[in-house]
Design a protein around this ligand. Structure first.
Ligand code: FES
Ligand code: FES
Length: 197
């Protein structure tokens, strides 16, 4: 009887699966990332996430699943939150991209960053850049009317450490503050006829 002579299965590494950049395939792309303009050459299949991390070396945006399942790669494109792993960089030619690196003003944290610190809304921090960018997008959208809405509308951002309660606290505190500043001022009602005159 013949024994199997199959060689051990070889699992190709990522670098083997992705051919080295071929200049002939590269196309020009212009992006404004965190306020700085970049003229780039990218292969048409390059994701925005890979471009940010591998060409611009902005490693704050994390690669979790690379399949649109975890939200770790969330960035803002023209102010709207998206999963950068699902976005082809070329599609966003000319866009303004904001990553976690572009939020603080010098030593001053962005209010959402500060809220995450104040509410202890992270543990290992791996999901945090995506959570913060997603929260900024959520607050700009203005659709969340309650803490439950915040939980629902942040549900695309997973946290393996399970810091969900504190993340919701952080975002909810900002949503409430936002609601108060947007509250239309009620005209004061005259108490007496004399006041009304
Ligand atoms: S890395 Fe993009 S959603 Fe997980
Ligand atoms: S803080 Fe660790 S994954 Fe969210």
């Amino acid at each position: 009887m013949q024994t199997s002579t199959n060689p051990p299965r070889h699992t190709p590494s990522r670098s083997e699966l992705q051919p080295a950049p071929n200049v002939a395939d590269a196309v020009p792309l212009s992006l404004i990332v965190n306020g700085a303009e970049h003229a780039l050459n990218v292969e048409p299949w390059t994701s925005l996430l890979d471009l940010l991390r591998e060409q611009l070396h902005l490693f704050g945006t994390k690669k979790g699943c690379d399949h649109g399942q975890c939200g770790a790669c969330t960035v803002l494109v023209n102010g709207t939150r998206i999963n950068a792993c699902l976005a082809l960089a070329l599609v966003h030619d000319g866009a303004h991209i904001t990553t976690i690196e572009g939020l603080a003003q010098g030593q001053n944290l962005h209010p959402v960053q500060q809220a995450f610190v104040d509410h202890d809304a992270f543990q290992c921090g791996y999901c945090t850049p995506g959570q913060i960018c997603s929260a900024i997008g959520l607050l700009a959208e203005g659709h969340a009317q309650s803490r439950d809405d915040v939980r629902e509308q942040m549900s695309g951002n997973l946290c393996r450490c399970g810091a969900y309660v504190n993340i919701a606290d952080a975002v909810e505190s900002l949503r409430c503050a936002q609601m108060q500043t947007r509250q239309p001022q009620q005209p004061s009602r005259p108490d007496t006829e004399e006041d009304a005159r």
